[in-house]
Design a protein around this ligand. Structure first.
Ligand code: URA
Length: 435
């Protein structure tokens, strides 16, 4: 087979068969497919779509581009994955919280994608943390600690590792036909007994509309279930950032604040509990999602989740006291300044994508594959929908490498917020469920 023939077929609106998709996925992992060809494939799929059969075949082919893990552990192997958002640092809270509840969590995560932050980039903001490990080491850390947040490796879902990096910089993220194989190939390769998905809806989501989010949730849940993995999805709000921070080290601070028992990030804590509760109920560890959420809340309040987080960070090369001493370990940007609104009033809407792009332009995300992330930059103290803002109550605080990027980010933040005189109510954090 030849990549050019496969690309031409999809470019011209044809249907690829399982053999062609398997050849392409394996070519991504063994290098027979170049980056240019991977980008052309992603664009052809985004423009011309995949049938359900093609999407299923691509998912299986990407899963089988590496090993499928098998486990023999005293508790269930569970996981959560998000379709991507701003200030979405749930994984850092939920992986250790689930481990504290007796589950085992091999969380194969991604880097920043498009305007959204990536869990791996956040974890790498912790000095020394090394998430790129072989499958044997992943299995050993999960068995020992209960959770490990790692990247797709040469052994597990390597095709997604390549395609994901190419999609990030080729404007080819926003399609169900690539999001579903990307997420499910990693998760199915991890050999899970249960999966909860966090499908984002709203201005900061890849697929912002309600109908799109519902369709994505249905495609993900049915794809996982068809492959033998029990799965449900919550549809959660991304009409505003989930945490009050966006940027790698700043989001680690937000997660650590919850793990340390803080109450300043109520929305992030609520979504973390709801997702964890749904997963515990899905697997029968809790009688229902509400009881499951209470179990997660207890794991956090007792400090057991923080203790699992520190054990995971230590096992993967980071400092032993990251929760207790986050301020000492996490990098800080040299320029920090408030962003005051152009007028006083109430925040009525937030363009999440514009905020995410402001973080990318500060250096918190990539514009080409080889870009190095600046983990310290980003935004925090983000005002929420319904908040009153004025010169004393800013929209946000910018953390930047220099004054010129700080100025540009401040302008982008002002452009992302709509401020008016009328009161405004934020949409609920949890907006629906599938499965
Ligand atoms: N998360 C992934 O792993 N892949 C996507 O395409 C989007 C979110």
């Amino acid at each position: 087979m030849d990549a050019r023939a496969i690309l031409a077929k999809k470019r011209d609106g044809g249907t690829l068969d399982a053999a062609e998709l398997t050849w392409f996925a394996h070519g991504l992992s063994d290098g027979r497919v170049s980056d240019a060809q991977a980008g052309a494939f992603a664009m052809a799929v985004l423009l011309n779509g995949l049938s359900d059969a093609e999407r299923g075949a691509l998912t299986r082919a990407m899963r089988d581009s590496g090993r499928v893990l098998r486990w023999s552990l005293p508790g269930p192997v569970l996981d959560k994955h998000s379709t991507g958002g701003i200030g979405d640092t749930v994984s850092l809270i939920l992986a250790p919280a689930l481990a504290a509840c007796g589950a085992y969590v091999p969380m194969i995560s991604g880097r920043g994608l498009g305007h959204t932050g990536g869990t791996l980039d956040k974890m790498e903001a912790i000095p020394g943390y090394a998430p790129d490990i072989p499958a044997e080491r992943l299995q050993a850390v999960v068995a020992d600690v209960g959770c490990a947040i790692v990247g797709a490796s040469d052994d597990v879902a390597p095709a997604d590792r390549r395609l994901y990096a190419v999609r990030d910089v080729t404007a080819t993220v926003e399609t169900i036909d690539l999001i579903v194989p990307s997420i499910l190939s990693k998760k199915l390769a991890a050999g899970l007994a249960g999966l909860v998905l966090d499908v984002k809806v709203g201005s900061g989501a890849f697929l912002p509309g309600e109908d799109q989010a519902n369709a994505l949730a249905r495609a993900l849940v049915s794809g996982a279930v068809a492959a033998g993995c029990p799965c449900c999805a919550l549809i959660t709000d991304m009409d505003q950032p989930l945490a009050t921070a966006a940027g790698n080290a700043l989001e680690v601070h937000a997660a650590v604040e919850i793990l340390a028992g803080g109450t300043g990030e109520a929305r992030l804590a609520e979504v973390s509990r709801a997702l964890g509760g749904a997963l515990l109920a899905l697997h029968g560890i809790a009688p229902d999602a509400e009881a499951g959420a209470a179990t997660i809340a207890k794991a956090i309040a007792s400090g057991r989740a923080a203790e699992r987080f520190e054990a995971m960070v230590t096992a993967l090369g980071g400092p032993a006291d990251i929760v207790a001493q986050a301020g000492r370990h996490l990098p800080r940007a040299p320029v920090v300044r408030d962003v005051v609104p152009a007028r006083r009033g109430i925040v009525t809407a937030i363009d999440g994508r514009a905020l995410g792009m402001a973080v990318v332009r500060l250096g918190g995300g990539r514009r080409v594959e080889t870009d190095r992330i600046d983990p310290a930059v980003g935004l925090d103290r983000l005002a929420r929908i319904g908040d009153a803002v004025d010169s004393q109550h800013p929209l946000a605080r910018v953390h930047a490498a220099d004054t010129s990027t700080a100025g540009a980010a401040a302008a982008a933040v002002r452009g992302a917020y709509r401020v008016a005189d009328a009161p405004a109510e934020a949409p609920p954090a949890i907006r629906g469920r599938v499965g």
